[in-house]
Design a protein around this ligand. Structure first.
Ligand SMILES: Nc1nc2c(ncn2[C@@H]2O[C@H](COP(=O)(O)OP(=O)(O)OP(=O)(O)O)[C@@H](O)[C@H]2O)c(=O)[nH]1
Ligand SMILES: [Mg+2]
Length: 467
């Protein structure tokens, strides 16, 4: 069924005057910081010196940008001003982890190009829509393709290897005490069993999320970041580790959990997907490659699988005229490794190459659909300076910044990023130790865009052809 949007909106989309940008990334990958920086760069675009590779700015065609009134009154505004206030504070801070949905619309006014455009009006406006959400919720998208049985089989497989095997022990032990296909059971008692199991399963997910394990593939996403669904029965179910023999008894724990899984998919995931994810036309996938390298091989593999799974859920393809009217498809995708200011500039090619190898499967699938893709190492907000140091007569490249857990700047060589993908046998624990930094102290952030690495190239790739 087609849903008809208001005529003005349809015309904006059809005439390429509106872009919906999907900022995709697992938790803590840098989505909120990226959106904050992007908005700041555009609002300060008239001072063109900080965006040399963003053509509309560099050519002097930008007329200015503005944050528009909230397009959907039921969705909170993206907390841009709050994030900027935190960054510009005497003791600057990064934004908090996102715990709900928010959105922002920017109007970007520019001088129209081409004879026809010039004769119609001298300036045009491009509307840019972006939503922000907790990275945890992204992991729900793959559930749309899975039945309860398929999802259970997937989790069962994951729990056979470490660290999940040990971390899930309590929950697995509890499961082994239950008769999940018992039909003759009091519904109140059944619900109590389910509640207890889902509490243990949620505790297991929280352990997986801890920094020392750094696992990404944590489903359902709302279990560790419930938002407005906190304490609701919608979040009371868990996968089963062994499928009961048919027939499934009507009132059993198994039948009830299958029903709740389907309700979760329909009422939470599908709704979220339909309202916010089904109609993007450009996408940036932010990946914190350095975090994956820091933790363990299991964490790296898990992140890789999680991102590849998530990317499978989006619709890719050329955005022809009809697609524009009746639901867009993503026709441009930027794979970006964030926090490139955590390494020395000479490591940026390695970062990009490593990301390409890590996501080779998705890269291939998306490119096959005719989608324009590229890879970029970027820092939304650059919090280090590159410097040189001499040791035993040799000159070394290093970076200087204030570590996240310190209060004084340090100069260090953070190490090399591997050029190719990694194999488990080649993995040495503790080999990588890329440290995180505090945001820079910004003296007068309002006169120019926030310091960054390659945000201008990202903007050019994502929006450049729309001007
Ligand atoms: N140095 C540096 N650190 C960054 C940058 N972007 C993000 N970070 C770090 O990464 C952390 C997470 O960034 P966020 O933007 O909050 O991540 P997110 O993807 O929105 O995370 P969720 O809201 O949990 O999904 C920040 O608190 C910073 O420590 C960057 O450009 N440079
Ligand atoms: Mg966030």
């Amino acid at each position: 069924m087609f849903k008809f949007a208001p005529l003005g909106k349809v015309m904006n989309r059809t005439l390429d005057r509106e872009v919906k940008l999907a900022v995709t990334g697992l938790r803590r990958s840098g989505k909120t910081v990226f959106i904050t920086s992007l908005v700041h760069q555009l609002l300060h675009g008239l001072n063109s010196t900080h965006l040399p590779f963003f053509e509309v700015v560099n050519s002097g065609h930008l007329r200015g940008s503005k944050i528009m009134p909230q397009p959907n009154l039921h969705i909170p505004a993206f907390p841009y001003h709050h994030a900027i206030a935190q960054l510009c504070h005497e003791y600057p801070n990064w934004p908090q982890a996102t715990d709900g949905l928010s959105e922002i619309q920017l109007a970007i006014r520019y001088q129209s190009q081409g004879l026809l455009a010039k004769s119609l009006s001298s300036s045009s406006t491009l509307y840019l829509d972006i939503i922000d959400y907790p990275g945890e919720w992204l992991l729900d998208l793959p559930l749309l393709n899975w039945t309860y049985e398929q999802w259970s089989a997937h989790i069962t497989q994951l729990c056979q290897t470490e660290p999940r095997y040990s971390l899930s022990e309590e929950w697995r032990n509890y499961l082994s005490t239950l008769a999940v296909n018992e039909g003759d059971i009091d519904p109140l008692q059944r619900d109590q069993f389910i509640r207890q199991g889902s509490q243990l399963y949620t505790a297991f997910l929280h352990c997986c999320k801890e920094d020392k394990y750094g696992l990404s593939l944590l489903q359902p996403g709302r279990f560790t970041m419930p938002g407005e669904l906190k304490d609701t029965t919608l979040l009371e179910f868990y996968p089963t580790l062994s499928l009961p023999a048919a027939p499934i008894k009507v009132n059993s724990i198994y039948a009830e959990m299958k029903k709740r899984y389907d309700s979760y998919k329909e009422q939470v995931v599908q709704k979220f997907y339909r309202q916010h994810f089904a109609s993007f036309d450009r996408q940036i996938v932010l990946v914190d490659v350095l975090k994956a390298l820091n933790t363990s091989y299991a964490s790296y593999e898990d992140m890789r699988e999680a991102i590849n799974l998530v990317l499978h859920s989006f619709q890719y393809g050329k955005s022809g005229f009809l697609n524009k009217l009746f639901g867009l498809k993503i026709d441009g995708l930027l794979f970006a490794t964030t926090k490139a200011d955590h390494v020395t500039p000479n490591q940026l090619p390695n970062l990009e190459r490593f990301l390409q190898t890590m996501l080779a499967k998705s890269y291939n699938n998306v490119s096959f659909e005719g989608v324009k893709t590229t890879t970029l190492a970027l820092a939304s907000i650059k919090s280090t300076q590159s410097a040189y140091t001499t040791f035993q007569g040799q000159r070394f490249s290093c970076i200087k910044g204030v570590p996240l857990d310190g209060d004084k700047p340090v100069a260090l060589f953070p190490g090399e990023v591997p050029y190719e993908g990694l194999l488990p046998e080649g993995w040495i624990d503790g080999r990588f130790n890329f440290i995180s930094f505090k945001p820079p102290r910004l003296s007068d952030s309002h006169s120019s865009g926030l310091p960054h690495i390659r945000m201008d190239r990202a903007l050019e790739f994502l929006l450049g052809d729309k001007f």
